[in-house]
Unconditional design. Structure first.
Length: 82
């Protein structure tokens, strides 16, 4: 049996354009470097948008920033163009 790494699963979600799952999985990663807070906030804003709106945040912008951060971390793994 071949074990898939979390990174391989993340890349699969990114290639499929499944950003909610990609953000959710990336949120569990420990080594995200300078993008860690951006990705974690994006995940939290996606899960609890009303809470973050109440704090004066823009959940849609935070999610877009998290997706952009994932694309910077894994640039060759973007969704294929059709």
């Amino acid at each position: 049996m071949i074990r898939r790494t979390k990174t391989a699963i993340l890349i699969g979600h990114m290639q499929a354009g499944d950003w909610p799952r990609a953000l959710s999985l990336a949120n569990t990663f420990r080594m995200l470097g300078a993008h860690r807070d951006t990705i974690r906030l994006a995940h939290e804003c996606r899960v609890y948008p009303n809470f973050y709106r109440g704090l004066g945040r823009d959940p849609e912008a935070a999610v877009a920033a998290g997706i952009a951060a994932l694309k910077l971390l894994y640039p060759a793994m973007e969704t294929p163009r059709r």
